[in-house]
Unconditional design. Structure first.
Length: 141
């Protein structure tokens, strides 16, 4: 089963941390619905523009997995509303970030870590009808 044209269910739910701790990272129907929306509204237009594979770093996280990863208590990953992705190249990640910022409607777009060349990965989230178009940067302390 696919979440969208370029995201498989396994890519969206697999986690080495979940496997290591025996956590079942399975979304509900409501979460799966949200995942399909953020994939179709945010990821697929980006993937079509970019024309090359983009690796999913994190998509859905059940609450227990999110706790193990020390994620935010209000993480949109737990709702199926957020995707972290990367090309494994900061400069290419910057291109993806800039394109998303200029071309998509989103709730949050986050430049995660990295440096001036580009982020280590990009986080994008989408909430149906409630998007703030917030652009944020997270830096290492």
């Amino acid at each position: 089963m696919n979440i969208s044209e370029h995201i498989t269910y396994n890519e969206a739910t697999v986690s080495p941390t979940a496997i290591r701790f025996g956590i079942e990272n399975t979304p509900t129907e409501h979460q799966l619905f949200a995942m399909r929306i953020v994939a179709s509204v945010c990821f697929e237009p980006l993937r079509q523009w970019y024309g090359k594979p983009i690796r999913i770093g994190s998509f859905f996280r059940c609450t227990l997995l999110n706790e193990k990863l020390k994620g935010s208590l209000s993480s949109q990953h737990c709702k199926g509303e957020a995707i972290d992705f990367t090309t494994n190249n900061k400069e290419e990640n910057k291109k993806l970030f800039d394109w998303c910022k200029a071309n998509l409607v989103f709730d949050q777009l986050i430049w995660e870590y990295g440096n001036a060349s580009g982020p280590d990965w990009v986080h994008i989230s989408f909430r149906q009808g409630q998007n703030r178009n917030m652009v944020l940067t997270i830096k290492k302390s």
